[in-house]
Ligand binder design. Structure first.
Ligand code: SF4
Ligand code: SF4
Ligand code: FES
Length: 215
């Protein structure tokens, strides 16, 4: 088998490794596809954020690029009216449960939501969907960092970093649908758990939900 295969994305020929996921092949070639939940090392992505839709020639509906493997000769479009609609709806749904106050947020100017809004020309504000207005208690119990769930986009990056990187199993998710929430083991404050403040979870968070106190 050839070491590389050729894929056409937005009229650009790129080389990818057989078995690569389309999302990572595109990103490695500087072709941006919105994404929050994808983890490169994860074999079976859960594709929960629904932001990485693309169109593949010959496939009737848009598919998530984080779950689709590249194939020789694949022709992909990262933009189309249908893709843009799906991404915008998923993004607006995320924002409707988000404490949007960028000026006071530690992630301001270094935030994946801001990047997606900029790249896709979507307004970063509460839009047609009514805000959920859930309230969460701030967990600032660790010395180095804090967790503000009102800015959590439920991407799972911290859960992966905590389990695979730190092998601590402190984070997880509870409930389903609009009630879904990032939890800690037994719902305890982070300082009461076996957290050694390695801060891998903080570095993995793409928004301002897990943040360093000193920033
Ligand atoms: S996480 Fe991003 S979008 Fe949300 S308030 Fe912070 S900077 Fe703004
Ligand atoms: S705290 Fe950050 S990394 Fe963890 S699920 Fe929420 S947004 Fe993702
Ligand atoms: S990155 Fe593909 S669904 Fe989240």
């Amino acid at each position: 088998m050839s070491e590389h295969i050729t894929v056409n994305i937005d009229d650009q020929e790129i080389k990818a490794r057989p078995g690569d996921k389309l999302l990572w092949a595109a990103l490695e070639n500087n072709i941006y596809i919105p994404h929050l939940c994808a983890i490169k090392e994860e074999k079976r992505p859960n594709s929960s954020c629904r932001l990485c839709f693309v169109e593949i020639e010959g496939v009737s509906r848009p598919v998530t690029a984080c779950s689709r493997q590249v194939q020789e000769g694949m022709v992909v479009k990262t933009r189309s009216p249908q893709v843009d609609r799906l991404v915008k709806t998923a993004f607006e749904l995320l924002l409707s449960d988000h404490n949007l106050n960028c000026r006071e947020c530690p992630a301001n100017r270094n935030c994946a939501l801001q990047k997606i809004a900029k790249e896709r020309g979507i307004k970063l504000k509460h839009n047609r969907l009514k805000p959920f207005n859930r309230t969460f208690e701030l967990d600032d119990s660790p010395d180095e960092f804090a967790l503000d769930r009102s800015r959590c986009v439920l991407c799972g990056q911290c859960v992966w970093a905590d389990r695979v990187g730190a092998e601590a199993w402190i984070f997880g998710f509870a409930k389903r649908g609009i009630d879904r929430v990032l939890t800690t083991f037994n719902n305890l404050p982070l300082a009461e758990l076996s957290c050694n403040e390695c801060t891998l979870c903080v570095d993995a968070c793409p928004v301002g939900a897990l943040y360093y106190k000193k920033d």
